[in-house]
Design a protein around this ligand. Sequence first.
Ligand SMILES: Cc1cc2nc3c(=O)[nH]c(=O)nc-3n(C[C@H](O)[C@H](O)[C@H](O)COP(=O)(O)OP(=O)(O)OC[C@H]3O[C@@H](n4cnc5c(N)ncnc54)[C@H](O)[C@@H]3O)c2cc1C
Length: 463
Amino acid sequence: MEPEQASPRLDGPQVARRSDVVIIGAGFAGLEVAKELGRAGVETIVIDRHNHHLFQPLLYQVATAALSATDVAEPIRKVLRGKHPVQVLFGEVSEVDLAHREVRLTCGHSVGFKRLVLASGAVHGYFGHDEWAKWAPGLKTIEDARHIRSQLLLTFERAERTDDPVERDRLLSVAIIGGGPTGVELAGAIAELSRYTLARDFRSINPAAAKITLVEAGPRLLPGFSEDISAYAASRLKRLGVQVRTGEAVGEVGPGLVSIAGQTLPVGLVIWAAGVSASPLARQLGETDRAGRIAVDATLAVPGLRDVFALGDVAAFTDENGEPLPGLAQVAKQQGIHLGRALAAHIRTGEPLPPFRYSSRGNTAIVGRHAAVFEHHRFKVKGWFAWFAWAVIHVYLLVGFQHRFLVSMQWFWRYLTYDRGARLIAGDYVEVPDPKAVPLPRDRRRPAPPSEVARREVEAATE
Ligand SMILES: Cc1cc2nc3c(=O)[nH]c(=O)nc-3n(C[C@H](O)[C@H](O)[C@H](O)COP(=O)(O)OP(=O)(O)OC[C@H]3O[C@@H](n4cnc5c(N)ncnc54)[C@H](O)[C@@H]3O)c2cc1C
């Protein structure tokens, strides 16, 4: 038996704690493992760099002012309150030391493990253009959602202030890169926000005229769905005034501009919804695939490593038909429940770990006001009924009765009034120089191109 740590220390780089099972990440996968192990009485430590579990599928609603951050997040300690063998550590893991069987945290502490579960999810992936991250924020955390919401509302505020019609047009243009479910949901929600909600609030500008462009490099939106569903999504978005550009790749993203298929568009905001790659911790366990994921076997164990498991977005799992499983909450959750139960039984009785089998509950995405798509094998629903089913499923999946109640009430209110209550710009007001005050180019008869004005404005603001 491995020796237990006599007195846990949190004030130095020593091995501070040791546990039967250490779980990195309390997302959809890690939280389920912790709940199952806690139920079975297995000593477990869960480490997460956030103190909350986040319901990412509704994050776009925070970014578009429909819900508040607290509606979609729940403190991890609260979720695991009743599971006494489970300890929660708030911290960021920087290193997995397989030789010494411990994980190191950025604060200098270490935690020893007998069994390790890596469930650290994914991060934004910019296809080798990490410099775009500065101009095209992605959506993965509460901070991301708040940042996008602030930037989105700020572009309307700036447009209201400016007298320059060219600059106003730029500010009222939003580009979303990536036509998967997140991009489609964001495009629909921003169109709704500008056309139905903000349209009533401004005096000088017409937010309803905002130009929202959704760009997808592939031939169609929602590539994970069938073609008729993709066509329906595109037509619903077009009805909301969204410009859908498929088969066109983004070549450049910069301050106030995005270049699509060689054409430069001046924009007030670019949002990145095009890709993710697995948490960098995966690379510490061995060779990863193109998406940065570590391969796991049928039992979710990392081949060649003793008692090390990976699941959710960080793992590459191939099902019994040889198909890789997609990065979805339902995959992560099912894997978490399976591994938690399997590990608990294995620790108790020594019985071998059974293989994981995924059972799809269907795919769904929102494509605008009260319209959604749902597809499960050959069964497809679109329109209002799919939206209603989506709403019921998502409310049911939210952690905690309070969240379910509050989110349902807010959706009902928005259904009746078109209002979005969470229209807050985070932080204090910071003066951004009026673009008119920026020195004009030498040829004063020609105004600076909007991208140039935007670049100067952003540079001045970030100095
Ligand atoms: C905007 C958006 C919308 C989505 N919509 C849907 C949808 O509609 N339906 C669907 O099925 N799926 C959806 N997904 C995908 C789904 O959210 C993921 O597949 C799911 O969250 C994966 O679960 P996970 O447990 O692997 O990772 P996550 O849920 O991302 O959890 C990872 C956890 O690890 C923690 N962590 C990461 N690195 C460290 C570290 N170094 N140290 C400590 N802790 C760390 C993080 O803080 C986080 O809590 C969406 C994702 C996004 C971003």
